[in-house]
Structure formats: C-alpha cells, structure tokens
Write a new protein. Structure first.
Length: 205
C-alpha cells in the first residue's frame, strides 16, 4: 500500500466534518488536512446545478491549486412537493447558512400540505480528486428518504434535521443520537461506499 497518498485534503473549513472524514484514512496512516491548514486557497464559486457538480468544482479546484488529492462533498435536502427544492441551495435557502431562517422558510412553503405529500430526501455526493486528473474523479453518493415534519422536533443535529422525519423511527433526525445518525445518514451511506472503493481507485489510476 506504499503507493497510497501521504496526505489528503478535505475541502472544508468545518473541523467536525474534517475529523469525520479523517477516520476514513487513519488506518492507512494517511494525514488529512482541511482548508484551514492552507493560506490563500481561492474562493470557490459553487455554481453547479447538481450536488455532484458542486462537489466536483470544490474537489478539482482545490486539488489543482494545492497539487494534492482532495475529497469534497456537497449535500442537501430535496422536497418532492417543492420540485426538489431547496436542493443545491439548501444552505442558503433563506440567507447565508442561517439554519433557523432556512427552516422557517421551509415550514412556510409547506404550510397546509398533508403528510402524504411531505416526502423528502437528504442527498450527499462525495468527490475524490487527484491532481491534474479531473477526468478520473471518484464519485459516490448516499440518500436517505423521509418526510417534512409539521414543526421542529429535537435538540441534536443541525440544518434541517429538526424537520426531517424518519418514518420508520417516527422521529426527526434531531431526535436521534449522533451515533445513530452516523449509521443511517446520507453522508454515512456515501462514506461507506467511498471506504469500499477509494483504495482500488487510487491504485488503478
């Protein structure tokens, strides 16, 4: 396994997310860094129309700039009644990364919608990029289905977790523990796929 990378950059400034991904590489002795470890990383214009497009933009831009392998993700909420919105605009649905405002707007948009029409899904796409090889990006995704609750419930999680109800559990994502969430979430499913594939992909290209 000597041909595996020595360093992988996680394209985020969120240290919690960076630590989460670091666990994927720790057993191979690979050091992980976040964008906070570098100066003058260019601003990334996430102007893609899909989660995959935005994750590719992040991974390929940072990899080309740093000349290092980069793992990026893009994720969000898709509501069937709203024709897939907020989608790639999930973090900025009602402003700039304001969870309370985003949830308030979503509840307003869904006011009066019956339970059977409140179906939704969380999506996550991970893109692993090598320097100067954007055509060889490894892309994996994960999805979890649910529905939009009629009011916020729970104290855990972040973002839309307080409104995303898991029908089988009859709880929102914010009403389950972090360990439970990390087993069933959209990002957890994508990370499981990445774990199965990334070594073979790296050594084959």
């Amino acid at each position: 396994m000597s041909k595996l990378p020595k360093v992988v950059v996680i394209a985020t400034k969120n240290m919690g997310k960076a630590r989460e991904f670091a666990a994927l590489f720790a057993e191979d002795g690979i050091e992980t860094k976040s964008l906070l470890d570098f100066e003058r990383v260019p601003e990334i214009n996430e102007n893609g129309t899909t989660f995959e497009a935005n994750a590719r933009i992040k991974a390929d831009t940072v990899s080309a700039f740093l000349d290092l392998p980069v793992l990026a993700d893009d994720s969000g909420l898709s509501v069937d009644y709203l024709y897939g919105q907020p989608g790639v605009h999930s973090a900025r649905y009602a402003g700039d990364h304001n969870d309370a405002a985003n949830n308030a707007r979503l509840l307003a948009e869904m006011a009066g919608v019956p339970p059977e029409k409140r179906t939704a899904a969380f999506h996550s796409v991970l893109v692993f990029a090598k320097p100067d090889q954007p055509a060889q990006d490894l892309v994996v995704s994960g999805t979890i289905a649910g529905r939009i609750a009629s009011f916020p419930r729970g104290e855990n999680g972040f973002g839309y977790d307080v409104l995303f109800e898991l029908p089988d559990l009859k709880k929102t994502m914010a009403e389950i523990s972090a360990s439970e969430k990390n087993k069933i979430s959209h990002r957890a499913k994508a990370m499981a796929k990445l774990e199965q594939q990334w070594r073979q992909w790296w050594l084959a290209n």
